[in-house]
Design a protein around this ligand. Structure first.
Ligand code: IMP
Length: 408
């Protein structure tokens, strides 16, 4: 069975924790998109792991992980991350494979990434990790792929600087490289987890273009970037937070506003620890946007939602969600395709009673306070999608599975 886990908002929904939780039963974990722009935090047995390139399954001692075709890989960042997790006691040797079709991020790309952003008509607020440049090189058919490193004719075309950067990593990268199609063929009938990066609203095609990343965050990317065909995807889990966050620039219709919401943004940011794992930037925060979440369900064939961070709302008297947009005097539930229109969207908010209960130690859905269940049920009905997993904290064990996953 092939299960895809994607972020259903603007990233940072808690995918890392959910993949880590589900990885226990998986045979193989494949990351299918993005690069060192991503940041996944995993808390296990009191230890915190911050991953950028390596799939979350690495924390288990016996799991195999793959950096997929859709990824762009900075060798310097990869080996520094491996060094860090090794110091944290993780033995990764022989457990990491890299698609021979994945592209390499070269040092010059990072500088160029920042320069290009500062010159854009509308700067995006890129993480500056060279991601956009690597994907541009790929689309321009001038990129360097992992598989190229074992081709001496190709290596001869590289400049001196490029060679001296790549040389220290070359043997290690070549020994880790794999043709994914045949690796995945061997795992047919097994339990494979496909881990997305960022969130679907940062996807190049379905996201809030141009304020997006350059890879595929949508579930369709799991096929191309993960080494399988689209009909081999069995389930798609869309992870979302009980509220919304966004890092970097771009439209955010349900963003908290001081004049309307007082200091709610500061409160949520502190309780939810809403600071970027990769850049440390404070995340912009807002109400849960159901117009956007429904759009995420539609564009990604999400079969089950995964709600995280619901505990962040534990002390609130009331909780609001955005149910509609008002755009130029019209009320709509359709998510517009242009940033200009999204910027004009005013959220229509619906208020729910808070539960005023500490949810962090609740282990079963039935034990949740009625107010929390009412909030969850409303989201399920609005999106016509069940919420199969509810997460009430950072730890692996603070997770409630409502719908069994690895069954037909
Ligand atoms: P880039 O991918 O570094 O070019 O950044 C493009 C946009 O996506 C910027 O607004 C970033 O803040 C945002 N972004 C990239 N990766 C992540 C992520 O993993 N979480 C949240 N936002 C991200």
């Amino acid at each position: 069975m092939n299960i895809v886990v994607i972020g259903a908002q603007w990233g940072d929904e808690g995918k890392g924790k959910i993949v880590d939780y589900l990885a226990e039963d998986a045979d193989l974990i494949v990351r299918f998109s993005g690069g060192a722009n991503a940041g996944h935090t995993i808390v296990s047995n009191g230890e915190t792991y911050k991953l950028h390139l390596i799939p979350s399954g690495i924390v288990y001692p016996d799991k195999q992980v793959v950096l997929g075709t859709g990824m762009v890989i900075d060798p310097e960042a990869l080996f520094s991350e491996l060094e860090t997790i090794e110091k944290q006691g993780i033995n990764w040797s022989n457990r990491i494979r890299i698609s021979d079709r994945a592209h390499i991020v070269m040092p010059a790309y990072k500088q160029l990434d920042r320069e290009m952003d500062s010159k854009r008509r509308n700067p995006i607020g890129t993480t500056g990790r060279g991601i956009g440049v690597a994907y541009s090189m790929k689309a321009n058919r001038d990129g360097i792929r992992i598989g190229d490193l074992s081709d001496s004719n190709f290596l001869d075309t590289l400049s001196k600087e490029e060679r001296s950067f790549l040389d220290p990593y070359m043997d290690k990268l070549v020994s880790m490289s794999v043709n994914m199609t045949y690796l995945l063929e061997k795992h047919k009938g097994g339990k494979v987890l496909f881990e997305g990066a960022q969130g679907i609203l940062l996807d190049l095609d379905v996201g809030t273009y141009p304020f997006v990343s350059s890879g595929y965050s949508a579930s369709a990317g799991a096929a191309l970037g993960g080494g399988i065909g689209p009909t081999d995807i069995d389930k798609v889990l869309g992870v979302f937070k009980a509220y919304s966050t966004r890092v970097g620039n771009g439209p955010f219709p349900s963003e908290f506003l001081a004049e309307r919401d007082g200091n709610l943004e500061d409160v949520i940011r502190e309780i939810g620890r809403e600071y970027g794992v990769t850049t440390g930037r404070p995340r912009r925060c807002g109400y849960l946007d159901l117009v956007a979440l429904r759009y995420a369900c539609l564009t990604n064939s999400i079969t089950s939602l995964v709600m995280t961070h619901i505990d962040v709302y534990d002390d609130m008297d009331e909780i609001k969600v955005c149910t509609d947009y008002e755009i130029d005097g019209e009320i709509t539930r359709e998510f517009p395709s242009t940033a200009a229109k999204l910027n004009r969207a005013k959220p229509v908010l619906k208020t729910f009673k808070g539960w005023k209960t500490d949810l962090s130690s609740i282990k079963e859905y039935d034990k949740l306070p009625q107010e929390a269940k009412t909030y969850i049920q409303y989201i399920e009905e609005y999106t016509s999608t069940p919420a199969g997993i509810i997460s009430v904290g950072y730890e692996r064990k603070q997770t409630m599975m409502r719908i069994p996953l690895w069954t037909e």
